[in-house]
Design a protein around this ligand. Sequence first.
Ligand code: ADP
Length: 480
Amino acid sequence: MKKILVANRGEIAIRVMRTAKRMGIKTVAVYSTADRNALHVKYADEAVLIGEAPSNQSYLLGDKIIEVAKRLNVDAIHPGYGFLSENANFAELVEANNITFIGPRSAAIKIMGSKLAAKEAVKAYNIPMVPGTDNAITDVTKAKDRAQDIGFPILIKASAGGGGKGMRVVEKVNELESQMQRAISEATSAFGDGSVFIEKYISSPRHIEIQVMADAHGNVIHLFERECSIQRRHQKIIEEAPSTVLTPQLRQEMGEAAINVAKSCDYLGAGTVEFLLDDDHKFYFLEMNTRLQVEHPVTELITGMDLVELQIRVARGETLPITQNDLKIKGHALELRVYAEDPTNNFLPSVGTLDMYKLPIGKGIRVDNGFEEGMGIPIYYDPMLSKLITYGKTRDEAIELMLKAINDYKIEGIQTTLAFGRFVFEHEGFRSGHFDTHFVKNHYSPEALKEKQKEEVKIAALIAVKQYIEDQKLLKLPNQ
Ligand code: ADP
């Protein structure tokens, strides 16, 4: 494998290229007209303009990307996350053109892309599952009966859903029919597939996922868990590894379950098996994501592994260079997704130019970044600027480092989620380790953030006054 095309943009494109370069592999970027000056274009050895700004005219054009790959004699395509990464047809087309797809085979992508097909596939492996329906629900009466059996509240979910979309909580039986109709029409328009099903609504769960890695020779390992319970609108915003609640035994059980999920679909490469953990520390399989996750760096920091390197090596047909017993958790890592969004205004995207953009640096601080000073934030794509990641010997150390890094991260021109991150990392509920997926809903409000900021300004002013007085005293000393 001499040349890799990265079919993505932003921080993840750069992240993948960084490892490829280290491994002596040439890199090709593709970009849209909105990304002419983007960092991933500058970072790559070669870069090709593939279309207009909207992603369906550029980053989602599988045929065009394959055409570019062939023209430039590319050996493999890395899809990153989002865009074409979980598109089974694209993976198949890449392979049909004699190019290696750095990811699982298309059959596995297809199975795990449907939450219902995934549940069906793992059935034979005794994986604990959230009580619910096995098939898409179409009959309201049957759905009501099943919901009564499970007990309200229940959740209606889109089988093809992703990114927290297409989910509806139903509290009472008389709301079921209308919510079901709404969920079906939402799923049809968002995913082109109206299949919805019912799951028990776990009232205060934690979202814990296991990183797996499989080679083409039957070896599957897990690289422990990531805690992703700090979410808003069912979307992750802060992640950490390890989780504060897993015992070694539970970790082993969840790890084994995740390996079995990977085996159920003959998995290849990096994947993530997501679970919910309830109050009694029982875990339930949610779904499998068949790609590198946004939050993969926390796993890299606590295991010392480069997940992109492992992806490339198994895609080249190599045997995994490590076994389960070689892996140990060392230290603690945290990640904050830095979005161009205004946390004081309902997290609305904040458009504008990065008038100032200075990254924090230092031991234990990693920033997977896709932007630089002077750049605008394109409105066409996910508004994530970077991922701020810290690593310490202990969780407390990683949190302190995170607070320092947030302070040192200087952004002007747009609003970001940095202040929101500070709010969470300083919050007793987070620091204690006792929280669930409702943390943001229960503890965060723009008012609470503003109040906190006001107090911080006051404290800063007091410190400045104190310093001033002390400086004055020093100045007067010679006369005394
Ligand atoms: P998506 O594919 O849209 O990301 P997931 O099934 O991965 O959907 O769920 C996303 C989030 O939604 C979970 O992390 C959790 O917060 C919430 N969730 C999903 N299923 C349940 C459930 N049965 N009970 C409670 N919360 C749930």
